[in-house]
Design a protein around this ligand. Structure first.
Ligand SMILES: Cc1ncc(C[n+]2csc(CCOP(=O)(O)OP(=O)(O)O)c2C)c(N)n1
Ligand SMILES: [Mg+2]
Length: 325
């Protein structure tokens, strides 16, 4: 926290926006006002925030079935995400994707991919394009611990390392892949050890410490922009909620959950900001109020938006090459 150049207050605001957005989503979902299903990111907000604070709109982001936090941190408007979750025409994917596919190409977030591990080679492809076009853009893929046991992960990691691509692989190790504990799914001691198998640098960071994530991601992203290749970052974190709707969480103990509740990144950051003299109760309350207003507006916008038209069912779904291609 000694790095005064780290925009901690801005990151606090982003983390709080993600948290309050998702708490509201959960409430709306329980009321039946959001259809389908939701995978919440509650507890992991420091990862998306610390990484995306370094990204430009022309950098590429690839997310997963748990994408709301990544989308907000990358700059997708909360109202467009909320409208997407409610399957409205004003949603960031025109209401055709829903929670597991949010994205907005205008800010560099491609629609999220719910096939676990599938975004790893796709991010390598985007990084290859960035490199071949002679840009200093980077691609970032977020995925969970479970994804690192998928075949696509290994293929993508190998290619990214082999071709020295400007990609950052951010593994959000929250100790579980749905109900499967990490300890029953890996022979290796640490997920970061996967990186060495491909000749890629690997780093472990406390995923609940936004300043640490910011610092680590900053080095990896700068390295990629300089043309020095990919980095694998293992962020150790925990989801302070169920995997998806109606998860009784019987695979975790109450003691474990309580211990991680004490490591909640948001109140901990608030306490650290106050201790460092960077925030007061009043300034934090003002952020809270601002965020509440943003979420209220997003919900009102989404609920008053129209559903997609039946005749648009097949538009935007298939790519049609134009004369300019
Ligand atoms: C290829 C594939 N297999 C299974 C699933 C079903 N599924 C959805 S999320 C999930 C767990 C993923 O765990 P992890 O990668 O650790 O991410 P987390 O949910 O913890 O964020 C599974 C098995 C899927 N979406 N894709
Ligand atoms: Mg996981």
């Amino acid at each position: 926290m000694s790095n005064s150049d780290i925009p901690l207050i801005a990151m606090y605001r982003t983390m709080l926006t993600i948290r309050r957005f998702e708490e509201r989503c959960n409430y709306l979902f329980m009321q039946g006002r959001i259809p389908s299903t939701l995978h919440l990111y509650i507890g992991q907000e420091a990862v998306a925030t610390g990484v995306c604070a370094h990204l430009r709109p022309d950098d590429y982001l690839f997310s997963t079935h748990r994408p709301h936090g990544h989308a907000i941190a990358k700059g997708v408007a909360p109202r467009a995400i909320m409208a997407e979750l409610m399957a409205k025409r004003t949603g960031c994917c025109k209401g055709k994707g829903g929670s597991m596919h949010v994205g907005d190409i205008r800010v560099g977030m491609l629609p999220a991919i719910a096939i676990v591990g599938a975004n790893v080679p796709i991010a390598a492809g985007a990084a290859l394009a960035a490199k071949r076009l002679g840009t200093d853009r980077v691609a970032v893929a977020f995925f969970g611990d479970g994804a690192t046991n998928e075949g696509a992960f290994h293929e993508g990691m190998n290619m990214a390392a082999l071709w020295n691509l400007p990609v950052i692989y951010v593994c959000e190790n929250n100790l579980y892949a749905a109900s499967t504990p990490l300890t029953t799914a890996f022979k290796i001691e640490a997920i970061v050890d996967r990186a060495a198998a491909y000749g890629m640098p690997g780093v472990v960071v406390d995923g609940n410490d936004v300043a640490a994530v910011y610092d680590t991601a900053g080095q990896a992203i700068a390295r990629a922009r300089r043309g020095e290749g990919p980095t694998f970052i293992e962020c150790r974190t925990y989801r302070l909620c169920g995997h998806s709707r109606s998860d009784p969480r019987t695979y975790r103990t109450k003691e474990e959950e309580a211990a991680w509740q004490g490591k909640d990144p948001i109140p901990n950051l608030a306490a650290r900001l106050k201790a460092a003299g960077l925030a007061s109760d009043e300034s934090l309350a003002a952020v809270e109020q601002e965020v509440t207003g943003l979420i209220d507006e997003a919900v009102a916008f989404a609920e008053s938006s129209p559903p997609p038209e039946a005749e648009d069912t097949l538009t935007d779904v298939f790519y049609a090459a134009s004369e300019e291609d």
